[in-house]
Design a protein around this ligand. Structure first.
Ligand code: ZN
Length: 466
């Protein structure tokens, strides 16, 4: 019912300006109901690349904050594009220590109604789950941060440093209108001692919490092209030299090649902890990764698993093919795109040199096509680890905190490069065999949403207390 009332107010208030276009929000008394209302509003505001209601979404969040008594000077909305607004909201602390940043993106990957069992832009639920695009990635954290800021306010929480919530609008498409724009145009607003971001999840196994991950580093996206050229000719007169054969041979060499193992400090801790939560041979294999040299049999076993192999080394794989010009002609050109995910701190020029050596054919041209920003891992400090570990223990006794490196990219890399140590941690527990981020029927356990809400409430409190 409450939702219907709010919607009626929306229509009447459309004539007003700025972020009051949604009208006054009515803050529910219950904290969980408040989170639910905010979450529902975010899920039901289409922030896909096609619809781009991102500014409406952040204006809605600003309206909630205003309704809770946040002053206009503490709420900023802006961006280079009218439909891709970003929000920065500040909860003022007593001291002048550097703020802590709570960041989430509010844009989502496209979802087609026909591909889903339920409307992706309606917050649907069954007994256990909430369904909808963004229920995990990343509107859960966005809603939680806004709801918690309001909760701190009404509880009269007095932090020692500012808590700054940053909601960005251009993460999924990798554009420059979100965090990149804010960092370039309003660096002062984002100044902080550290940032909490997406990228870390609680892992459920058979419904039981097993580990809570904290993302410390990200691999770097880079694309390369491999091109074979040939004089061509009539296909009725084939010769040994052939652009498609040359390219195929080059790709098979890339298939056989493995980039060297790279166990950085973050991953050392990660493997140690993964050894703790596994048993038998698997546990022994994780421990073997800490040896120098790493025993081949352990390495070979673990490398069989795509998710572990991708943590161990830079990877390269062909993703696109283009070649030939007629079915009755010898190909004059054949090109493959090779997508590389580099370990943190890698240089694409080094990877280029490696690929040229691997291909080992001077008739082929290997080029770097571009990629994401390289960033070093955030420091694994006592400050952050002790807070995440103690709150995890408080909420889920016995659950291990595991530092991780994402094989994909988030806004975190840009923050790290701006000098703000960024940690992906959410306390949102998900089944590790049922990850639907970016996929069909994205969903989040109801219990996980409210658990993550309480977890992040405590995390931001602990980090801002002194
Ligand atoms: Zn995301």
């Amino acid at each position: 019912m409450k939702t219907k009332i709010v919607k009626a107010v929306v229509l009447l208030a459309l004539v007003t300006v700025g972020y009051s276009v949604f009208g006054q929000r009515i803050i529910p008394e219950s904290d969980e109901e408040l989170l639910y209302e905010i979450y529902k509003e975010l899920i039901e505001t289409k922030t896909t690349r096609e619809e781009e209601n991102n500014t409406i979404a952040v204006e809605g969040m600003a309206a909630w904050l205003q309704a809770a008594g946040f002053s206009e000077e503490d709420i900023y909305i802006g961006g280079p594009l009218a439909h891709k607004g970003n929000l920065v909201a500040r909860y003022r602390g007593a001291g002048d220590a550097a703020p802590i940043i709570l960041m989430a993106h509010i844009d989502v990957v496209t979802a087609e109604r026909a591909d889903w069992n339920l409307d992706p832009f309606i917050l649907n639920e069954d007994e256990d789950y909430y369904y909808g695009r963004g229920t995990i990635d990343d509107k859960a954290m966005a809603a939680i941060f806004v709801a918690n800021l309001i909760r701190y306010k009404r509880e009269g929480y007095q932090p020692n440093r500012d808590i700054v919530v940053v909601l960005t609008s251009d993460e999924e498409s990798g554009g420059n209108n979100g965090i990149t724009w804010l960092l370039e145009n309003h660096p002062g607003m984002l100044e902080g001692a550290l940032a909490i971001n997406e990228g870390g999840y609680g892992m459920l196994q058979d419904g039981q919490p097993l580990a809570n991950t904290i993302q410390i580093a990200e691999k770097i996206f880079a694309s390369f092209s491999v091109t074979a050229k040939n004089q061509g000719g009539h296909s009725s007169l084939p010769r040994e030299d052939n652009a498609i054969y040359d390219l195929a041979e080059a790709l098979l060499k890339i298939k056989a090649f493995k980039f060297p193992i790279d166990v950085n400090d973050v991953m050392r801790v990660s493997y140690q902890r993964q050894a703790e939560i596994n048993t038998g041979q698997r546990s022994a294999d994780f421990l073997a990764l800490l040896q120098d040299p790493i025993p081949d049999d352990s390495l070979n076993r673990l490398s069989q698993e795509a998710a572990i192999n991708a943590q161990l080394r830079t990877t390269a794989v062909p993703t696109l093919l283009d070649g030939g010009h007629a079915s009755n002609a010898l190909p004059q050109t054949a090109t493959a795109t090779v997508n590389v995910r580099m370990m943190p701190g890698s240089d694409p020029q080094d990877v280029l040199r490696t690929l040229i050596q691997v291909v080992n054919n001077s008739d082929l041209e290997v080029l770097y096509q571009g990629g994401g920003s390289s960033s070093d891992p955030s420091p694994l400090t006592e400050e952050i680890m002790s807070v995440v570990e103690s709150v995890t223990e408080e909420m889920w006794p016995g659950v291990t905190v595991i530092p991780t490196m994402s094989t994909g990219a988030t806004d975190g890399a840009k923050m790290r490069n701006a000098g703000i140590p960024t940690y992906g941690v959410s306390g949102l527990f998900v089944d590790r065999n049922d990850m639907r981020i970016h996929g069909q029927d994205e969903r989040l356990l109801k219990e996980s949403l409210y658990g993550g809400y309480r977890f992040l409430y405590r995390i931001a409190q602990e980090l801002s207390a002194n």
